[in-house]
Every structure is written in C-alpha cells, then in structure tokens.
Ligand binder design. Structure first.
Ligand SMILES: *Cc1c(COP(=O)(O)O)cnc(C)c1O
Length: 433
C-alpha cells in the first residue's frame, strides 16, 4: 500500500469512495488530472505520497491557520487524547473555547458547538425561523452555507465548481422558501425586501466571500443591508465559517462594523479538527433546547479533541502581531501576483484580508459570482497545473479562496512569486493564437 503513487491511489480510491474522495472539490474534476494524495504536512508545507513538497495555500480550506502540526496544538490534542477522546458530557474545555469566542466576537453572547459548518448554518436558520415566526430566508448567489437542503440552491464552492444549479435529491419544497439574489447589488436587496421583507426570517451571508472566489463586500451594499434589516426586523446570520478568525480576530463583522443577530463559525475555531458553532444574542439563543423548544443535538458536539485543538489555535492566534503578519504576507502575495501578471501582459485582479486572499484572470474587479462565471477558466486551469508542478499547492478551482498560515515566511511568499512568474510565462506562451 505505502508504495502506491497518487494516480494509483486515486484509481484504488475510486473503487471504494464515490469519485475517489470525501468532498467533491478534492477530486480535481474542474482542473483535470489526478489529485496528489497527501502523506503529511508540517508548517507551511504539504507533502504527497510521491515525495513532492508543496507550499500549501489551501491549509485544509483555511482551518489550519497557525501552520500544520504546530507543536502547541499537537501537544494539546495528544494530552487530551490520553485523557479520553469523547465523553458525551460537559467539559470545562468547551466552556473555555466558548468564552474565548464570545470575547472576540461579542455578537455571540451564547453559542452551541456542533461538528461541522453545515450543521451550524442549518441550525442557525431553524432558530431564526422559530424566533421570527417566518419561513422565508434570503441568501446570495454563489455563497456557500454547507449542504443542508434549504441552502443548496445557487450555491458556491463545489456546487458551482461542478457546474450544478443546486443539487438533485432536494425536494422543491425545501428550497421554496429560499430567495436568492446577487451579492454586492443594493438594487436587488431593495427589490427583494419590498416584495418579501415582511415575511423574511433572516438573511444569511458570507460577509467576506470565500466560496465564489474571494470577494470583499462593497460599502453601499452593506449600508443598504443594514438599513433594510432594521426597517423590516429581519435577522442577519453572518456565515463566518470561513472568515471567522481568518480575516481578523473578530471576523468580517468586526472588519466591516456589522452587528449580526447570529453568527456561524467553523474551520479555524477547530484548528483542523471537525467543528462548527452557531451563536448570537442570548435572547435568540435561549430558544435552543434544553432552554427552549428548538431542537438540536450532537453525540460528538463539543468533542474534547476539537476543543483542545481550537483553544490551542486561538491562543497562538491571539499573540501580538499575528494578524498583522498574515495580512502583510497576503498583501505581498497579491501585489506580487499583480506585478507578475502585468510583466507578462496578462489580465489579473486580486484581493486579500488577513490570512485570506484570492486572484482571478480578469480585467475587472470581481463583484460577485457573475463576474467570475463570465471568465475563460482555461487560463486558471493552465496556471493551476503549472503552479502545482512548480511546488505551489493552490485550491483546484477559481471558485475558492486561498489561505496562508502563520508558518508561511516571507521567503515562502518570495519563492511562490518566483514560481508564479515562471507559470505566467508558460501561460503567455499557451495563450498565443
Ligand atoms: C466551509 C463552509 C461551510 C460548511 O462547513 P463544513 O464544515 O464544510 O460543513 C459553511 N459556510 C461557509 C462560508 C464555509 O466556508
């Protein structure tokens, strides 16, 4: 088994695992080719079973923000493992993590831990519907909120990467109360609120978008949203599964001064172990069982290993200068990529915030998923494969954001840019008519 190559491993995988993977984007169906099978990861680097080393800009889709296998995180998890893997009973660890999160994200007065972002968004919507007594929810085209039925329409991430409008197996009734409008479009917001505002339970939104490429919110959009939800008394659910503790310590809501009624977290707060959390104003969260009558439970929720990993990760992230370092590196990367594209006469835009960034082979800024859909993705595919061959591990889809960790050094960034220069030179050759 150990001497298999990635392509042999993928053939074997396809026999037993659907599509050879446990999450669609991992299969490389968009970019083509065979995904590297991973043997290990340490710091900023990830290694495949073919003995290639890559600088990792996926970082488990953002979760591993302090770098892979950080000694303090490994220590916390192993110490906890020796004390038991799961009890199905309260622990002090989960209280400590909740306390830490509430301190950094004050809109989350009370919260509940679950095992994935999907569960967290699904549960938050259930609470919002119970609280308001309304059933309709509003989401934005290309935003991904996990794979629960009501949210699997006009979704981002793997759904759009696979070119699907939604998902088979979702009954029309499940999405009948889900309204979808374009992101960063104040006029669409005005229109949908005028028609449906009175019976909307909530607006769920990736304030900083990481699932239709990387997109920052425009101020006029945020201002309109703030005014409308106030006027119509509609709850705002900030889906910060990706942006929470990733774009800044207090998430996108702090960066953009938004006070959501509820917030959903995942990824970083588990430091690489399965986790999700939803929370909000105590008055709203008091509806959740056992205090209230909105039912939601989990055998492994608040799992001690995930709590230990999350706490250790948070402690490292809280150190002075952590987010400044992340932001400096992503700024340097984005600036470098732009300069590189310019040198080669290639259209490119990029954006970054904290430890998250994105780029697109586009002449126009990416405002929402429509801008992205209009691009020729063959350019991305060629660039992606050049970079992979040159030892740079990027997300295998233009619909995903990129991530760095505290382990990424300035040298790693410089090396990445040098490789990008070679890749763009190749790209230019391949673009010649
Ligand atoms: C990853 C993600 C989810 C889903 O989380 P899972 O843990 O994969 O279920 C939901 N919302 C956003 C914004 C995400 O990035």
């Amino acid at each position: 088994m150990t001497s298999l190559s990635s392509s042999e491993a993928f053939s074997l995988a396809k026999k037993y695992l659907v599509g050879g993977v446990n999450s669609p984007v991992r299969a490389y169906s968009f970019v083509g080719g065979t995904p590297p099978f991973i043997a290990k990861a340490k710091g900023a680097y990830i290694y495949d079973i073919d003995a290639h080393k890559y600088i990792d800009y996926v970082n488990s889709w953002g979760a591993c923000i302090v770098g892979h296998s950080h000694p303090e995180v490994v220590k916390a998890v192993s110490e906890q493992a020796s004390q038991g893997l799961s009890y199905g009973a309260p622990t002090l660890l989960e209280v400590k993590l909740a306390q830490k999160i509430a301190q950094e994200v004050p809109s989350m007065e009370q919260m509940r831990f679950v095992c994935s972002g999907t569960e967290a968004t699904m549960s938050a919507i259930r609470v919002a519907r119970a609280y308001t007594g309304h059933h309709h929810i509003l989401k934005f085209h290309g935003h991904y909120h996990g794979h629960s039925d009501a949210l699997l329409t006009a979704s981002g991430s793997g759904v759009i990467t696979q070119g699907l409008p939604g998902s088979a197996g979702v009954p029309p009734a499940s999405v009948a109360s889900t309204l979808v409008i374009p992101f960063n479009c104040p006029a669409s917001l005005e229109k949908v609120f005028a028609e449906h505002g009175k019976h909307l339970a909530c607006v769920i939104c990736e304030l900083v978008v990481g699932n239709s490429g990387f997109i920052l919110p425009q101020q006029d959009f945020l201002d309109t949203l703030k005014n409308l939800v106030k006027r119509y008394k509609v709850l705002v659910i900030a889906d910060e599964v990706m942006s929470g503790f990733r774009v800044g310590m207090g998430g996108a809501q702090k960066e953009y001064d938004i006070q959501p009624d509820m917030t959903v977290l995942g990824k970083v707060i588990g430091g690489g172990l399965p986790i999700g959390a939803y929370g909000g104003r105590a008055q709203i969260m008091s509806l959740v069982a056992p205090q209230g009558d909105v039912y939601q439970a989990g055998t492994l929720a608040g799992n001690p290993l995930a709590m230990a990993s999350g706490l250790a990760t948070m402690n490292i992230l809280s150190q002075e200068g952590a987010f400044e370092q992340l932001h400096t590196r992503t700024t340097q990367l984005c600036k470098g990529l732009l300069e590189c594209a310019q040198r080669h006469g290639i259209d490119l835009v990029s954006a970054n915030l904290g430890g998250m960034f994105g780029f697109a082979f586009s002449a126009k800024t990416i405002k929402n998923i429509s801008t992205l859909n209009a691009l020729d993705h063959n350019i991305f595919k060629t660039f992606f494969h050049c970079m992979l061959r040159l030892g740079i591990y990027l997300p295998p889809s233009p619909y995903e954001a990129c991530f760095i960790s505290l382990a990424h050094s300035q040298e790693d960034v410089e090396h990445t840019l040098a490789q990008a220069d070679k890749a763009m030179a190749e790209l230019k050759d391949s673009l010649k008519p």
